[in-house]
Ligand binder design. Structure first.
Ligand SMILES: NC(=O)c1ccc[n+]([C@@H]2O[C@H](COP(=O)([O-])OP(=O)(O)OC[C@H]3O[C@@H](n4cnc5c(N)ncnc54)[C@H](O)[C@@H]3O)[C@@H](O)[C@H]2O)c1
Length: 365
């Protein structure tokens, strides 16, 4: 197995063919200089359909068989979270670069093992945080970087669903397979884009609460989700709502909320409010709209001004996969070892510990 060099076609395998894996396949297909040559997934009809649609030569059911194929430069890992670490580590040990879906792994310890495997192999390990690639988040980042808010010292960010539990009884609702509920599933996107917007300050302490009151009472299943591997219609041992107060190293505060089930208005909403010394900003995205509503609030010589900022549609997974391919081609792989995503995993671990022990947990000691 050889790592691709500039000018070579990048030969990729995609493991996992649910919504996420299909985003990866479509994005590689749209990218000049990259080709999906093999796919792995347990559903034969889905494999057949994707192989035909994208002209993919090899298809196998199990990930182990995909890693045995010759000539792969890189793999995308888009399987249930408990499989991320074993697959990523095995692929890195066989000389392949890895793009892994979020969350990086079940917990910080697994994430650290993945980072070590990438460093030992001297190969790229990236994690797909497509939300920070949205056009509205990128525009808000430009607003922050241009100094329009001054120093942003307080942020509240959320991803909330009224009835959005991904299939009850599937891997998503089982702690040993998913690592947790909405906090590690959608909350990790919120954490990623929030810290990105705030300039990546270290999180020094967290205080979290988690609840499972609605899901365990039978409320909140989403009719829209069909996840693989459902074993029964009852197993639910993760939270359905999480709320976290985070102290940042620069003195700032970040609040994060994530729910799969809550008595609130219908739909699926994520966003962020930022308060800075010179201005504030608010981004709200309803039901996965390609463009959210972004407003900036400033004080112009004593007058309170609210400006609606136009945003572009972002490129999500396409941008993630372009950057992954570009990094591989650049030959400069230092720092592309998954350590940023591993830091998020340690923060999520601390949140679950805080909720379980009902106290603030520090990350800086
Ligand atoms: N970035 C995003 O916005 C985003 C969105 C959805 C899901 N995800 C992430 O992507 C991953 C997959 O989520 P999903 O919603 O697509 O899940 P899914 O359950 O719909 O699909 C999982 C896929 O993995 C395959 N799989 C399971 N065990 C396998 C094995 N032993 N060998 C080969 N393939 C196997 C299944 O056959 C299926 O094709 C998760 O980590 C999830 O957190 C990310």
């Amino acid at each position: 197995m050889s790592a691709a060099r500039a000018g070579d076609e990048l030969r990729v395998g995609v493991i996992g063919l649910g919504w996420a894996g299909q985003q990866h396949i479509a994005a590689y297909d749209a990218l000049a200089g990259a080709r999906v040559v093999a796919i792995a997934g347990l559903e034969e009809p889905v494999r057949d359909q994707l192989a035909t649609r994208y002209g993919i030569d090899e298809q196998v059911a199990r990930w182990e068989d995909l890693l045995e194929l010759d000539g792969l430069d890189a793999v995308s890992v888009a399987v249930p979270t408990f499989l991320h670490a074993p697959i990523a580590i095995a692929a890195l040990e066989r000389g392949m670069h890895v793009l892994c879906e979020k969350p990086i792994a079940l917990n910080g310890a697994q994430a650290e093992a993945m980072v070590q495997a990438a460093r030992t192999a001297g190969l790229v390990l990236e994690v797909a945080f497509n939300h920070r690639q949205r056009g509205d988040i990128q525009e808000l980042k430009a607003v922050v970087d241009a100094g329009r808010l001054g120093h942003p010292y307080y942020a509240k960010a959320w991803w909330l669903r009224r009835t959005g539990i991904p299939t009850v009884g599937s891997w998503f609702t089982r702690a040993e397979l998913a690592g947790g509920g909405p906090l590690v599933d959608i909350g990790v996107h919120v954490l990623d884009y929030s810290l990105f917007l705030l300039g990546n300050p270290d999180v020094v302490a967290v205080s979290a609460s988690t609840y499972d009151l609605l899901a365990t009472a039978g409320f909140g299943a989403s009719p829209g989700f069909t996840k693989t591997g459902a074993t029964d219609d009852r197993t639910f041992d993760v939270e359905d709502l999480a709320s976290v107060f985070m102290r940042l190293a620069d003195g700032g505060t970040l609040l994060v909320e994530a729910s799969w089930a809550a008595h609130r208005r219908d739909g699926d909403e994520f966003g962020i409010t930022l308060y800075g010394t010179d201005g504030g900003a608010e981004l709200i995205v309803d039901d996965y709209a390609p463009k959210g509503a972004l407003r900036v609030f400033t004080d112009d010589d004593g007058a309170a001004v609210a400006t609606t900022v136009p945003v572009k549609t972002g490129r999500g997974h396409r941008a993630v996969i372009e950057q992954f391919a570009q990094t591989i081609r650049s030959g400069d792989w230092r720092g592309h070892d998954g350590s940023g995503a591993a830091a998020l995993a340690r923060i999520v671990d601390a949140c679950y510990r805080s909720a379980a022990e009902q106290r603030e947990v520090r990350l800086d000691s």
